[in-house]
Design a protein around this ligand. Sequence first.
Ligand code: FES
Length: 118
Amino acid sequence: MTRYKVATTDEFDGDGARVLVEIDGLEIAVFRVDGEYHALANYCVHQGGPLCEGKLTGKMSVGDDGVGWEYEADERYVVCPWHEWKFDVTTGRNVSDERYVTPTFDVTVEGEDVYVVR
Ligand code: FES
């Protein structure tokens, strides 16, 4: 495993910001969500779309009563621009079917430097 410096923290304009980089021919996006950094491949496991170029959003889910809907406003879900499959940026998992997982990578921050481990 190698650690790659990909950005500095000032390149992220708050939560919801992202930086796209290329490491060894693979495009990777680093997202800032709730002050934490998460990296995932810019590759949608559905049909290879540029997943990380999609918008960030919250998530609708069935409420605790099993009838009503609840909106999780925490914007940590990226929507693929090709067919709108939605993935949790923090885990890489598809929100509708967790068998579909986009590769994720560890991120470390030292001082102002952001590193991706690959
Ligand atoms: S390629 Fe991403 S949803 Fe189809």
